[in-house]
Design a protein around this ligand. Structure first.
Ligand code: SAH
Ligand code: SF4
Length: 360
């Protein structure tokens, strides 16, 4: 009989499995802690269990990490993994270190159905959703690499934050993403605070509030254009969920979330959305819709064949200044891990000769 995978089971599901084995209920909490607090992958290491119970567990269950196909560390210490799951599907995960902490960027789908014109993942179509276990497994494998088990206290963590900004559209995989985020934030296990997790979406409007209500994580919207006409050109999903609908959901989120502001990612594309008029239009829609907006200005990471160019530094600086002059926060995000194609929008699941960086 095929063994049942334990990684990705909810607390309730772990309790049910323990009950099936005829064990006392408190064993469920212990098992949860072995899996998610201590990060063990071997039943023999579960020393609070009798030899009998360990053998019983090993007979029917397994604890799997995604398989590392390749691993690269950039000049700036950004760490990228290409992981493979049991069916052979592959995704990438990135760790972006800062001085004393850092964020793990996790993927939620193999490919993506949204098909944004500037995104490498979007050029790959959708293959399938990742399971809750595969989503959580990416973070656990990253922790393995840095030896962060058992879960350290919040202040001493090197892998302190999570950004759901890897491959895929998280709001197209609601059930599994919600389940994964509940596991990642559970205080008896991995215990990453909700406030240290940011989920980014291309704007699947009806799913925004349900996701935040279910998980309490922070929201970022990939806006990238100041009006529907331009946005539809680069993000076909905008025809289905235009800016006003997304902003309506943001308004509801703003009222739900204690911090009362919404972060918008804005990709700076040369001669497309980077003029001062674009900046003004952007501020106008936020004012009109009563959104307390913060912007992250993202430098575009080109990939061969993408057809867009990055906006020049001076223009990004002027755009940022215009927003800040009007009291909108608008930091410029510099790309990390570019030499290993680990930056936003560069992740992929397939080896593709054409995508090798120029000059290599
Ligand atoms: N699907 C979600 C989350 C993954 S994409 C979303 O779209 O929000 C994470 C971020 O990377 C998004 O803001 C996306 O617009 C951005 N991105 C995509 N391609 C990029 C590129 N080539 N350069 C810089 N950022 C890019
Ligand atoms: Fe999908 Fe996000 Fe890429 Fe758009 S930017 S194609 S939504 S992963």
């Amino acid at each position: 009989m095929e063994k049942t995978e334990l990684i990705g089971l909810s607390k309730e599901e772990i309790a049910q499995e323990i009950e099936k084995l005829g064990e006392k209920a408190f064993r469920a909490k212990q098992l949860w802690q072995w899996l998610y607090f201590h990060g063990v992958t071997d039943f023999e290491k579960m020393t609070t269990f009798s030899k009998d119970l360990r053998a019983k567990l090993a007979e029917s269950y397994k604890i799997t990490r995604p398989k590392i196909v390749t691993e690269q560390i950039s000049k700036d210490k950004t760490h990228k993994w290409l992981f493979e799951f049991s069916d052979g599907q592959r995704i990438e995960t990135v760790y972006i270190p800062e001085d004393d902490r850092g964020a793990v960027c996790i993927s939620t789908q193999v490919g993506c159905a949204v098909g944004c014109k500037f995104c490498h993942t979007g050029s790959q179509k959708i293959t399938r959703n990742l399971t809750a276990g595969e989503i959580v497994g990416q973070f656990m494998a990253a922790r393995d690499a840095y030896g962060e088990w058992p879960s350290p206290t919040d202040e001493t963590r090197y892998l302190s934050n999570i950004v759901v900004m890897g491959m895929g559209e998280p709001l197209h995989n609601m059930e599994n993403v919600i389940k994964a985020l509940k596991i990642l934030t559970d205080g008896d296990g991995i215990a990453i605070s909700k406030r240290r997790i940011t989920l980014s979406t291309s704007g699947i409007a009806p799913n925004i509030v349900p996701m935040i209500q279910a998980t309490g994580v922070k929201l970022a919207i990939s806006l990238h254009a100041p009006n529907n006409e331009k946005r539809s050109q680069i993000m076909p999903i905008n025809k289905r969920y235009p800016i006003e609908e997304i902003l309506k959901a943001c308004k509801a989120y703003q009222e739900l979330d204690g911090s009362h502001y919404v972060t918008f990612e804005y990709l700076m594309l040369k001669d497309f959305n980077d003029s001062l008029d674009d900046a003004r239009e952007l501020m106008d829609i936020m004012r009109k819709n009563k959104i307390n907006a913060k912007f992250n200005l993202i430098a575009f990471n080109p990939w061969p064949g993408c057809g867009f160019e990055a906006s020049p530094k001076e223009r990004i600086a002027a755009f940022s200044k215009e927003l800040q002059k009007n009291h909108f926060s608008a930091p410029i995000r510099t790309p990390r891990g570019q030499d290993i194609l680990a930056a936003c929008g560069q992740l992929k699941s397939k080896k593709d000769e054409k995508t090798a960086p120029k000059g290599e």
